[in-house]
Design a protein around this ligand. Sequence first.
Ligand SMILES: *Cc1c(COP(=O)(O)O)cnc(C)c1O
Length: 545
Amino acid sequence: MNELQKLYPSMDGNKVQREELLSYFKTVITKVDELKDPNKLTLGEMPEYTVDYYNRLIHQADIPETGTPMDEVIVKLLKLVEGHRYVNRNYVANAAPLPNIASIIGNLIMVLVNGNNLWDVEGPAAAAAEVEITSMLSKLIGYDENLSSGYTTWGGQGAVFNSLRLAIARYSPDSNQKGVPDNLYCFCSELSHYSLYKSVEATGIGVENMIRVKVNRDHSMNLEDLKEKMGHVIEKGGVPLYVLATMGTTDTFGIDDMEGIKRVTEELEVKHCLSPVYIHADSAMGGMYTFFNEYDFKSNHLKLEESVIQVLKSYQQKFKQIKLADSMVFDFHKLGQTPYITSLFLVKNRQHLKYVDLDEEETPYVGNRGYGNYHTGYTIECSRMGSSLAIYASLLAFGMEGYQELLANYIRVNMKFRERLVEEISNVVITNEKSPITTFRFYPEKIKWNDEWRGSLTVEEIMEINQFNDELAEVMSVYRDTVFFGNTKKQCLVEALNTDKRVPIYTHKFFSISPYTTIDEVDRYVDFLKGHLEMFKKTKMVCVN
Ligand SMILES: *Cc1c(COP(=O)(O)O)cnc(C)c1O
C-alpha cells in the first residue's frame, strides 16, 4: 500500500485498516470523555480569549510542508475541543442540541459513503432517507404525503429563504428570467427571526418591503394589525406576497394563529381579487411539538401530569393548524437533538417546485442522464449533504413516544423552574407563557412589569432596568462554565411615555434542552441565579457609595 492510500479507509474491508480506523475513533471518543465534568459546562479549560486571540491564530497558521502523523493530527484536533461548551445539565442558554447517538451514527454513515444528496445515483442512501422522512413528517403534520415534497437544507433560515423564493416564482413565473417585481411585500411579526430580513435582502425584495406586525401579549402576531397593514399595501398598489407565521418565536416561544392568518389573507384575496398569498410556517423552534398533534390526552398513555397536559393541549390546538401553511420546517438540530445541520423544508404541494426547478439543459452534469430518478434541481445548493440520515435514525430510535417524552420534559422542567424562581427571588418577573423557554427579568427594587406593559414608564426608566439586567448577565457570563443562562435584548417591545418609538425589553433566558436537564436540577439553577444576583447587588452598592 502506498503512503497516500494509508490516509484512507480500505478498499476491500480488511481487518488491519478497520482496526486502525477504529483505534482513532476510540482515542477521540475516550479523550473527549476524559474532558467531561458534570459540574462544569466546558470540556476542560477554556482558552484565554484575549483580544489578540484570533490574531495569534492567524500568525501561527501554516500548511505543514510534509504530512503530520495521524496521532498528532488528533492531538491538534483535541486541543481545539478544550473549553468547548458541552450540552449537559449546566447548559440552559439556547436551542443548542446534544446530538443523540442514533443521529451520530446516521451522520457517520453519511460520511463513510459520502453520498451527495443532489442525485440518487450519487447518494442513494440520503435520497431514500429523505423521501421517507418527508413522508413520515408530512403524515405527522397533516400534509398529504402523496402531494407534498421536502428536502433538507441550510437551516431554518434556509427554509425561509427557499419558501420566499418559491412564493416569488409562483406569483410571477417569469421573475426567474426578468428579475423580481418591485411591488411585492412580505409580512412577519415583530418578534420573528431575522431569517426573513436576510431573505428579503438576498432575493432583492428589499427590507423596506418587509412589514413588521405587532404582537399580542402572548407574543403571537396581532391579526388586526396584520389586516390593517396588508390593507395599506393594497391601497398603495402593492402586492401582499408572503406571510411568515412564526410557530415558536426564538426567545419566547410565541405561536402565531395560523388559522387566523389564513382567514385574514383569504378575505383579502377575495375582496381584492388577489393571487393567493404564500404562507410559510417558521416552525424552526416549535415544529417538534407537532408530535403531540394526535396525542390522546384522555387516555394519556405516557401518564403526563395535569399541568404539563394543559400546556400541551394548547399547543395541540395551534400546531394542528400548521397544515394550512404552504410550507414549514423541522429544525431537528434544535429541539429534535441532532447534529448541525439537520433541517427539513416541507412543501405542501410539490407542483409548486416546478416554478424554481432548473431546466434540464442547465444541468448537463447530472440532470438529464438516463439513470436515476431523484434529482434536486430546485434546491439552492448543488452538492448537498445527506443530513436526512441523521433525522431518519433519530426518528427510528426515539419513535413517537420517545420524542413526546423528551418534549414533555422540556415543559415540565420549565414549570418547575418558574415555580422555584418566584418562590426564591422577590424582585423577578416571568415574561412569557409556559413553554420550553422561560424569559425572566430582574428589577433593582420593585417589580414594574405591569407598568412597562401598560406603557406608563419613561424610556429612561425602562432602559435603567434593562441596564441592570444587562450588567447582571455580564457578571453571570463570567461564570458560564458553571451554569450558562441565555439572555436577549429584544424579548418584546413596549410603549413608553415620552417617545413614539417602542422600547425593547431585556431579559434572561432559561432554555432546557439537554436530556440531563431534569427537575432534580432546578434548585441548582435557581441557587446560581440567587447567589449571583446577591453578589451583583453588593458590588453595585459598593460602587454607588
Ligand atoms: C433558529 C430559528 C431560525 C433559524 O434556524 P437555523 O436552523 O439556525 O438557520 C429561524 N426561525 C426561528 C423561529 C428560529 O428559532
